[in-house]
Unconditional design. Structure first.
Length: 310
């Protein structure tokens, strides 16, 4: 296995090999070189950012900049009921690998916290914190079991809601593309799958600080973008949307909005994937002035040509 750092400027890598079966490992391949984990406080760090899992009111992920919380992501809300965290602690599947830290957790809506009008639901969370980055990734899976004769009506569905305590100057959201680059919409809105059929709303971010260098946001892939509209056919209308609110300083990924509920009793297994980003003098999701940012790296990854020479 070859392990080395590569960024958007990388175009070629030359590997020199003297023919031996053994080699001196790079420090990038050594376990435990990037991450610290405190299971008591549920605090995870990759040396660049710190996140804390908070069970005070459902399952929440707090981004920390020093001792200050800069943004919080609340997960798994259905019909205005946020899932409880369950009776067990998260499972820290990988804590000292060289590439990423991985956390699993199963949330519940049991007891008095059951979802109104939405029976037979299970959910699973997978979080990863890669090395040397200013984001973490989420994988949020919902398993709607066959409800039989029971009534299931979803009028509010939000797998992830991001909010910030930062003073923000602007809220930006991708609203389609032009020549492959994002069109930027600002302010509060609900961004549905518009009539062009592209439905390109891959990211949304808070911008603040001097020169717009501080903020937070969410971004996700083409496939996850299409899953944003997974319930449109069930609701019989364009109900899935990215919802932004400048006053509340929130961003919501909402496959079902209150205007057009979704009713179904059959089994459905669906999952959303993406990343939550924070930046303070580091790479934002997108910067229009020079068409740079994390989304550009995701949409147009660098091409690396490896040449092995003996």
């Amino acid at each position: 296995m070859l392990v080395f750092s590569a960024n958007s400027q990388a175009s070629k890598v030359t590997v020199w090999w003297d023919g031996h079966d053994t080699a001196t490992r790079s420090s990038y391949s050594l376990p435990g070189s990037s991450f610290t984990v405190n299971t008591g406080t549920r605090t995870l760090s990759n040396g660049k950012i710190t996140i804390q899992l908070n069970f005070d009111n459902g399952f929440r992920i707090d981004f920390k900049s020093g001792s200050t919380t800069t943004s919080s992501a609340t997960l798994m809300r259905i019909n205005n009921k946020v899932a409880g965290y369950g009776s067990s602690e998260p499972t820290y599947a990988v804590t000292n690998g060289p590439v990423r830290l991985i956390v699993h957790h199963e949330v519940e809506w049991g007891g008095d916290n059951q979802i109104p009008n939405c029976p037979n639901v299970y959910a699973h969370i997978v979080l990863t914190l890669p090395a040397n980055v200013n984001y973490y990734t989420y994988q949020l899976r919902f398993m709607f079991l066959n409800a039989g004769s029971l009534t299931r009506t979803i009028s509010d569905f939000c797998p992830i809601k991001l909010e910030t305590s930062l003073s923000i100057n602007q809220m930006q959201t991708e609203n389609g593309t032009s020549s492959g680059y994002p069109n930027i919409a600002t302010g509060s809105s609900s961004y549905y799958n518009f009539s062009d059929g592209n439905g390109a709303h891959h990211w949304s971010q808070f911008i603040g600080g001097t020169g717009g260098t501080r903020g937070a946001g969410i971004m996700f892939t083409d496939n996850a973008n299409q899953l944003l509209y997974r319930f449109d056919s069930i609701a019989g209308h364009t109900t899935g949307a990215i919802k932004t609110d400048t006053n509340a300083k929130t961003i919501e990924l909402s496959p079902v909005t209150s205007s057009y509920p979704a009713q179904f009793n059959y089994a459905l297994d669906v999952m959303w994937k993406g990343a939550v980003v924070t930046f303070d003098g580091t790479t934002p999701i997108y910067r229009a002035s020079d068409r740079s940012g994390l989304w550009i790296l995701a949409e147009y990854p660098p091409t690396v040509t490896v040449t092995a020479e003996t």
